[in-house]
Design a protein around this ligand. Structure first.
Ligand SMILES: Nc1ncnc2c1ncn2[C@@H]1O[C@H](COP(=O)(O)OP(=O)(O)OP(=O)(O)O)[C@@H](O)[C@H]1O
Ligand SMILES: [Mg+2]
Length: 199
């Protein structure tokens, strides 16, 4: 993966993050895999809620942390997985995750729990806190031909410039907010997925 193919944008609130997820959801198709990496509360579940909207899924997408995976019927079935609670990566072998991808769209939060999950083909999105309150930065890392195609479709479907990365407004608050409403109370920080580990 060369950095020149990465794409980064910033959002200013959770609804904007959902909107970005929705835009991606509209171009996803069966077999696609999206890995959402990032520290707790950075908006992975919010983003997935948007994907659910883009896939015209019925029912609100919620955090699947306590059940490992939730399934939502839509234009394609959305399989939403959260690996945070996986204790042993060998458990992943039993899950048959890739079988789900064949039946719909697979979105995985906390792929850091099983780095070998990194797909050869798909999209990794790293989310992180921005410099100001409620800002999040989303970095798209395409992997393989489908990853590149997906990123291209996503960008083509978007506004020409208004959502591209731009410098934040003059910061009035030196520390980003950590308030969260749809996540979990206590979690360990994420491990960064090395962008260079793709085939
Ligand atoms: N720009 C933003 N985008 C997304 N969420 C935001 C933004 N600004 C503030 N928030 C808040 O951050 C929180 C994001 O929660 P969310 O559950 O989506 O995070 P998460 O990355 O899935 O966390 P976890 O690692 O616990 O699963 C929400 O409380 C949301 O209101
Ligand atoms: Mg989450």
């Amino acid at each position: 993966m060369s950095a020149e193919h990465d794409y980064e944008l910033a959002t200013a609130g959770e609804e904007e993050t959902r909107g970005i997820g929705e835009r991606l959801g509209r171009v996803l198709r069966r077999g696609d895999v999206v890995l959402l990496s990032g520290d707790l509360g950075t908006g992975k579940t919010c983003f997935t809620q948007g994907i659910g909207r883009g896939l015209a899924c019925r029912g609100a997408v919620n955090s699947p942390s306590f059940v490992l995976m939730n399934e939502y019927e839509g234009r394609e079935t959305l399989y939403h997985v959260d690996l945070y609670r996986i204790e042993d990566v060998e458990e992943l072998d039993d899950l048959g995750l890739w079988d789900y991808a064949e039946r719909g769209v697979l979105v995985i939060e906390w792929p850091e729990r099983g780095p070998e999950l990194l797909p050869g083909d798909g999209l990794v999105i790293e989310l992180r806190y921005g410099d100001v309150d409620r800002q999040r930065r989303l970095r798209f890392l395409p992997r393989g031909p489908r990853g590149s195609e997906l990123l291209e479709s996503f960008r083509a479907a978007g506004p020409s410039s208004s959502q591209s990365t731009r410098p934040p407004p003059a910061s009035r608050s030196p520390s980003p907010a950590r308030a969260r409403s749809c996540g979990h109370a206590s979690r360990r920080p994420a491990v960064t997925i090395p962008a260079s580990s793709s085939p």
